[in-house]
Design a protein around this ligand. Structure first.
Ligand code: ARG
Length: 467
């Protein structure tokens, strides 16, 4: 028997059941649904809709059901359509008539919105911790190879030499923006929908502020129609995850390039590479390729939810049930990718000799020569022209830039420009690619990570130790 059987004379068609049931994917919400129900019971007790003893019995039973889920011992009944109905059915089965009071003044519409916000609130913190771990892996690369240099690229053409630490820190800086976005998304979703009922609130003396506080939300909803139909928080979370995925994808692409024989800038540990079923010599950077490839489905999940939302009239519509699989899938995917990418950077072995050689390509000192002229009073456009001519003549004669400069009176005195690494030392501008600026960046990264993580952890704690 379904929980709504009063209004119906025949059972649901099997095809509709298969289309409609969501327990098969929303059972992962059990913990947060039970937390939400405990908050609701607190509200019922405050409103005098259950006695203190009944409230105690309901909470104890909800905890018992939580234990069943935690022990993988919960048995789904044939009519358990989704996680919310399954839990209520089980509570009633254990408690009898008192259990039948649990859903007083509540609809699955405000219930599912509450459960999903509680779930997402925790999930954003969990992802934040993994993003911070990846930043730490990047920083370990920077420390391990603190003297390494490589060419910096624009248009994938060699542009200017940079320290490896400056390069990996660039990815870390992008990831701090992700941390900040995750914390923003979390603070915006921290509104309690409980008490909105099906769509219009309740005639009962329930107080949304009481349940909001019990569940550690910042405040209760202001409009019940919006409370049950708002899934902005899902879309926003999926966008934040999409940008994390895009950042991981770019790092993945770079690792694929770096570990190719053509670049040969680095190799990955055996524990983070795969072989070929046919070609015995192969060692493939599959982790990096999957970090790149998985971004497609994470972006797809965002588009799926935005598309599902765009035509919905107020308020709750069953379409909204389609918010869950994309959200769960993106969270699972990002969790895997962040962990694997961190491990990959930890296993990375840098080929210092190769990249030092690549970074000593004198053509990358062309701008230093132009700056040298500028410092001696030449307007930059003219300096650019002079250096351009020097580059052209070096290319034509198949000699290096320093050889070409040495052969011309015009460039006399410029030899210091060509002293290895002197370019990096001279580039002392704030945030620039000098070794000296890396210590500041490391400090900045540390501050960003700790301030965003503490924001992510600052919201109300509703995860009891036992659950
Ligand atoms: N499983 C449903 C969902 O995720 C629960 C809400 C169903 N509400 C309803 N009125 N049919 O959206």
């Amino acid at each position: 028997m379904t929980l709504w059987s009063g209004r119906f004379s025949t059972a649901m068609d099997a095809t509709l059941w298969n289309l409609s049931e969501s327990f098969s994917f929303d059972a992962v919400l059990w913990r947060h649904d039970i937390i939400g129900s405990i908050g609701h019971v607190t509200g019922l007790a405050t409103a005098g809709l259950v006695t203190p003893d009944e409230a105690d019995a309901l909470i104890r039973t909800l905890e018992q059901v939580a234990d069943e889920f935690a022990a993988d011992a919960f048995i789904r009944a044939p009519h358990d359509e989704d996680i919310h109905m399954a839990i209520e059915r089980r509570v009633t089965e254990i408690l009898g008539p008192v259990g039948a009071r649990l859903h007083t003044g509540r609809s699955r519409n405000d219930q599912v919105a509450t459960t999903l916000r509680l779930f997402t609130r925790d999930a954003l913190e969990d992802v934040g911790v993994l993003v911070a771990d990846l930043i730490a892996s990047l920083q370990r690369v920077a420390t391990r190879y603190d003297a390494a240099i490589l060419p910096g690229y624009t248009h994938l053409q060699r542009a200017q030499a940079v320290p490896l630490s400056h390069h990996v820190n660039a990815h870390a800086v992008a990831l701090t923006r992700d941390l900040s976005r995750l914390a923003d998304a979390q603070s915006r979703l921290n509104i309690s929908p409980l008490g909105a009922g099906a769509l219009a609130g309740s005639t009962l003396a329930l107080r949304p502020d009481v349940t909001s506080e019990a569940l550690g939300f910042a405040e209760p909803f202001v409009n019940s129609l919006d409370a049950v139909s708002d899934r902005d928080f899902v879309a926003e979370t999926l966008f934040a995850l999409s940008l994390v995925a895009v950042h991981c994808s770019r790092m993945g692409e770079e690792l694929v390039l770096w570990t190719s024989a053509e670049f040969n800038f680095a190799h990955l540990g055996d524990d983070f590479t795969t072989g070929s079923s046919m070609l015995p010599q192969k060692k493939n950077a599959d982790v990096a390729e999957l970090a790149r490839g998985k971004s497609g489905r994470v972006i797809g999940n965002l588009v799926a939810v935005l598309t599902m939302l765009k035509g919905l009239p107020l308020s709750y519509n069953r379409d909204l049930q389609e918010d869950k699989e994309p959200l769960f899938d993106s969270l699972t995917t990002i969790t895997l990718v962040l962990r694997a990418l961190g491990g990959t950077y930890d296993s990375l072995v840098w080929h210092d000799d190769v990249t030092r050689h690549a970074a000593s390509d004198e053509m990358m000192l062309a701008i230093d020569l132009a700056d040298w002229l500028v410092e001696r009073g030449t307007p930059f456009r003219d300096a650019h022209e002079h250096v351009g001519q020097l580059v052209a003549s070096a290319v034509e004669q198949r000699i290096t830039l320093s050889e070409a400069a040495a052969a011309s009176e015009f460039w006399s005195g410029s030899d210091a420009i060509f002293v290895p690494l002197s370019s990096l030392q001279r580039r002392a501008s704030a945030g620039g690619a000098s070794f000296a600026s890396q210590a500041n960046t490391a400090k900045w990264l540390e501050n960003q990570v700790s301030s965003h993580l503490s924001r992510l952890r600052a919201r109300g704690v509703t995860r009891p130790a036992t659950m």
